[in-house]
Design a binder for this molecule. Sequence first.
Ligand SMILES: Nc1ncnc2c1ncn2[C@@H]1O[C@H](COP(=O)(O)OP(=O)(O)OP(=O)(O)O)[C@@H](O)[C@H]1O
Ligand SMILES: [Mg+2]
Length: 280
Amino acid sequence: VRTSGKPFFDGKGNFLGYRGVSTDITATIRADQAEQELRRAQSELTHVTRVTTLGELTTSIAHEINQPLAAIISNADACLGWMGREAPNLSAARSSVEWIIEDAIRASEVIRRIRALAKKGEIEMVPLDINEVVKDVIALVTRELVSHRVTLRTELRAGLPTILGDRIQLQQVIINLVMNGIEAMEAVTDRTRELLIQSSKDDVGHIHLAVTDCGVGIAEKDADRVLDPFFTTKSSGLGMGLSICRSIVGAHGGRLSMVHKSGPGATFQVALPPHKEAVA
Ligand SMILES: Nc1ncnc2c1ncn2[C@@H]1O[C@H](COP(=O)(O)OP(=O)(O)OP(=O)(O)O)[C@@H](O)[C@H]1O
Ligand SMILES: [Mg+2]
């Protein structure tokens, strides 16, 4: 305890105490430490759930890499064929090699994205184009969408102001929303399973990202709780997805909300402030 002030005595000279500013430093230090601990725990948790999500995506990701690898093998085969002819067809061989390079780049792109997502890095706030973040995510979830027979529609507004954010964390937010959308449409058999990702800007210049599905929707009574930690209606769900999204978006000075809408399905919207320099 740090006390700054003067000692006070009563008429007979008995010490009454100190008057002045008395700060309980230990309490402040403890609060600081607790906050740091909390932050560390939170970032551990985000990392763990991110890796869990990756785990769930493993089959899709493996496919995503296997496809270009298979193409590489058949193109290499074809290339050998073109060169092995009596009169080697060099231009055909060249095309095969060019396709090999393209596919190899595609495979390494996928790996690069996964590594970035699995990495436990420092949070890095940089100016970002939200549409680019969406595109990163699409590259990762395409297979998952296909295997669940979900059609993806995007309405990405061009020329949006940049936002200041951590690319990986924002990817995680979008992945969580997309996964929820896919899961919500699992039961849909009578209509096209469509997932819509939109980016836009509102009147006050905030950047909006909305993920809409046409799945089971959210019951009125659950509407207030879906964003809460550990609220889940799924047998294998943790109920962490949306609460992590909310804390990440909050840390970016933005807001995650569920948009009430008529008709089947649900819309979740992320609103983020524009990066100051982008506005100036
Ligand atoms: N797109 C959606 N459509 C309908 N309900 C949804 C949708 N997104 C979330 N919910 C509801 O909100 C609950 C909480 O979602 P949240 O992502 O936080 O956890 P979860 O998906 O159940 O588990 P996980 O921790 O694996 O993400 C879900 O269990 C579901 O009931
Ligand atoms: Mg979820």
